[in-house]
Write a protein that binds this ligand. Structure first.
Ligand code: AR6
Length: 175
């Protein structure tokens, strides 16, 4: 069953040995804080050089680069929505991030991929709803892409891990 391919881990995503790691970036794709800063620091300056050629990225979309000094071969950069209370299409935009990352991954032969909890840091998206959206889109993506063997949900804190565990068990509270 596809759910067996989804693994929740607590880790620094920069150390994940997968084909591709996902970056929760901003529209410029030129770096920032949080997971974006950690990925650029670990990948080295080659990543920023390649990002400069991409002309940024729309919210909800994704673009791929090399992984440079990272163990991952690729970085898939996506731009999550800033949480504004829920009335500005945030849920659809976050779903689009996961969907586009998985499409870009499939188009590049990616078999193993690691996601951070997109938008749930600086961008303020509530962790429970974000976890449910992530799981729903990843399950749909797994059903569409038989090549995908493993999807890591990488948590940087206990709250995020809890949100994923609850969403995966299906015993979470409704949004
Ligand atoms: N590994 C895994 N997860 C991490 C790591 C890491 N090394 N570092 C942070 N997280 P955030 P956003 C978690 O703020 O909310 C940047 O400045 C973090 O605990 O990195 O999408 C960009 O340039 C949280 O659960 O991303 C944008 O301007 C999750 O990653 C803006 O932040 C996302 O937190 C994007 O905000």
């Amino acid at each position: 069953m596809d759910s067996n391919k989804i693994v929740i881990i607590v880790a620094n995503i920069t150390s994940c040995e997968v084909d591709a790691i996902v970056n929760a970036a901003n529209n410029s794709l030129l770096g920032g804080g949080g997971v974006d800063g950690a990925i650029h620091a670990a990948a080295g300056p080659g990543l920023l050089r390649e990002c400069r050629t991409l002309n940024g990225c729309a919210t909800g979309d994704a673009k791929i680069t090399g992984g440079y000094k990272l163990p991952a071969r690729f970085v898939i950069h996506t731009v999550g929505p800033v949480w504004n209370g829920g009335g500005a299409d945030e849920e659809a935009l976050l779903a689009s991030c996961y969907r586009r990352c998985l499409e870009v991954a499939a188009a590049n032969g990616v078999r193993t991929i690691a996601f951070p909890a997109i938008s749930t840091g600086v961008y303020g998206f509530p962790k429970g709803p974000a976890a449910r959206i992530a799981l729903r889109e990843i399950r749909l993506g797994l059903a569409r892409s038989p090549l995908l063997e493993k999807v890591l949900l990488v948590c940087f804190n206990e709250e995020t891990r809890q949100a994923y565990e609850e969403a995966l068990a299906g015993n979470d509270r409704p949004a």
